[in-house]
Design a protein around this ligand. Sequence first.
Ligand SMILES: CCCCCCCCCCCC(=O)SCCNC(=O)CCNC(=O)[C@H](O)C(C)(C)COP(=O)(O)OP(=O)(O)OC[C@H]1O[C@@H](n2cnc3c(N)ncnc32)[C@H](O)[C@@H]1OP(=O)(O)O
Length: 179
Amino acid sequence: MTRSTVTTPPPGAVPPETHPDAPGPGQPLGPHYSRCFGCGPDHPTGLHFEASSPDGLTVTAQFTVGENHQGAPGLAHGGVLAAAMDEALGSSIWLLRKPYVTGRLETDFLRPVPVGTRLFVKAWCTGISGRKAYLEGEARMGAPDGPVAVRAAALFIEVTIDHFVEHGDVSGHEFEVNP
Ligand SMILES: CCCCCCCCCCCC(=O)SCCNC(=O)CCNC(=O)[C@H](O)C(C)(C)COP(=O)(O)OP(=O)(O)OC[C@H]1O[C@@H](n2cnc3c(N)ncnc32)[C@H](O)[C@@H]1OP(=O)(O)O
C-alpha cells in the first residue's frame, strides 16, 4: 500500500515484545469492553470480533459484514471497515499489555465488500520507538488467504490509564484499557 513516513518505523525502532500475561497462541483474546463497537458481545450492531493470536505477536480476527454496516446498498461502509482495522491493530498492540490509542490510521480500500462477507483480519506491530508503535494490517474476503479487501497502517501512541479516566466515563464499567 501507499504509506506515509508517519506510519513507517524510523531507524532505531525495536521489535515488539509480547507481555507474559497476554493470551497464549490460539487462545481467544476476548472483548476489552462488552459494549465496544469492534469486540463487544453486548453491542447491538457492532462487529462482534472473534480474535486470537497464533504466535503472540500477530492478531487474527473474523467478523461478518452485516445489514447495519452498509454504506452503498449491499456494500460495507468504508468507515466501518476502517473501524475493523483499528480494532485489529489495537488488539495486536494490546498483546504488549500497555495502553495505546490510535494517533493516525491509513487505509487502502482495494475491493468492494458485499453484505454477508466473512472478513478475515490480520494485524501486527512493525516496531516500537519511544511512545510510538507502528502497525500494519489487512482484511481478506471469505478465507484467510482470500482476496485482500483492505490494507491499513497506523501509528499508535502509548498513554497512561489517566487518559481514559480523564477523557472517558469509566464509572461502573468493566473494561481493559485497549482491545
Ligand atoms: C474506558 C474504555 C477504555 C478502552 C478504550 C479502548 C478503545 C480502543 C479502540 C482502538 C483504538 C482507538 O480507536 S483509540 C481512539 C481513537 N484515538 C484517540 O481518541 C486519540 C486522540 N488523541 C489523543 O488523545 C492525543 O492526540 C494522543 C494521546 C494520541 C497524543 O497526545 P500526547 O500524549 O499529548 O502526545 P503528543 O506529544 O501530542 O504526541 C506524542 C508523539 O506522537 C506524535 N503524534 C501524535 N499524534 C500523531 C499523529 N496523528 N500523527 C503523527 N504523529 C503523531 C507526536 O508528534 C509526538 O511525536 P514526537 O514529538 O515525540 O516525535
